[in-house]
Design a protein around this ligand. Structure first.
Ligand SMILES: CC(C)(COP(=O)(O)OP(=O)(O)OC[C@H]1O[C@@H](n2cnc3c(N)ncnc32)[C@H](O)[C@@H]1OP(=O)(O)O)[C@@H](O)C(=O)NCCC(=O)NCCS
Length: 171
C-alpha cells in the first residue's frame, strides 16, 4: 500500500490526539492521558516547540471506515547525553492496527533517525513497556538494543504534588 511520511502540522493535532488515545488504550494506560488536541497545538507549534511530530498518511481510497487517512505518527524531541552529546528522544511511535506490517512503522522510525542524524545526534532513545513484546521485537529487528539490563537504568518520575513540593524545597 502506498503511504507517505511528512512533518506534522497544526492541522494534524486532532488526528495525533486521537492516535495518542488509541496508543494509550493499546498500552492499557488510557487513564493517564491528559494531553488534548489544544495542548498539542500549543506545545508543538510555538517558537521553541516542546516536541516535533511526523505523520503517516494513506491515499483516500484506503481511508478507514471512520474516514481517517492519517494512520500513524511519531513524536520526538531533542535531548542531550552528557556521555554522547546530542540525542533524539522518540516519545511515541504508533501505526493503526489495520495498517501494521506494511512498513509504515519502520518508515516513521527511519524518518526520526534521519532527522536526528541531520541535527547532529548520535543516539535515538525511547522506552517500551515490559509486556509489549511485539514492539520490543520490532525495535530489536531495527537494530536497537535493550539497555535496561546492560546499563541498569530505572525510569524515575516526580509529578503532581510531589513535583510542587520538590520545587518548593519541601519534599
Ligand atoms: C510497533 C509498530 C509501530 C510497528 O509498526 P508496523 O508498521 O507494524 O511495522 P513495519 O511493518 O514497519 O515492520 C517493519 C519491520 O519490522 C519487523 N517487525 C514488525 N513487527 C515485528 C515483530 N513483532 N517482531 C519482529 N519483527 C517485527 C517487520 O518484519 C519488518 O521487517 P522487514 O522490513 O525486515 O520486513 C506497530 O506495530 C504499532 O503501532 N504497535 C502498537 C503500538 C506500539 O506498541 N507502539 C510502540 C510503543 S513503544
Amino acid at each position: 500500500m502506498d503511504f507517505s511520511i511528512r512533518t506534522a502540522t497544526l492541522e494534524d493535532c486532532k488526528d495525533i490526539a486521537r492516535m495518542i488515545l488509541e496508543l494509550a488504550e493499546y498500552e492499557k494506560v488510557l487513564d493517564q492521558v491528559k494531553v488534548t488536541q489544544k495542548d498539542l497545538e500549543q506545545d508543538g507549534f510555538i517558537k521553541n516547540p516542546f516536541f516535533h511530530g511526523i505523520v503517516a498518511e494513506v491515499p483516500e481510497e484506503h481511508r478507514t471506515i471512520e474516514g481517517h487517512i492519517k494512520v500513524g505518527y511519531a513524536l520526538y524531541f531533542y535531548s542531550y547525553s552528557s556521555w554522547k552529546g546530542r540525542a533524539v528522544y522518540m516519545e511515541d511511535l504508533y501505526v493503526m492496527p489495520d495498517f501494521r506490517g506494511m512498513g509504515i512503522g519502520k518508515a516513521l522510525m527511519s524518518k526520526v533517525a534521519q532527522l536526528g542524524l541531520a541535527a547532529g545526534c548520535s543516539q535515538l532513545n525511547f522506552t517500551v513497556l515490559d509486556w509489549n513484546k511485539p514492539s520490543l521485537d520490532f525495535y530489536l529487528s531495527q537494530g536497537c538494543t535493550d539497555i535496561t539490563a546492560s546499563i541498569g537504568y530505572h525510569c524515575l518520575r516526580c509529578e503532581g504534588d510531589k513535583l510542587e513540593q520538590l520545587a518548593k524545597g519541601s519534599a
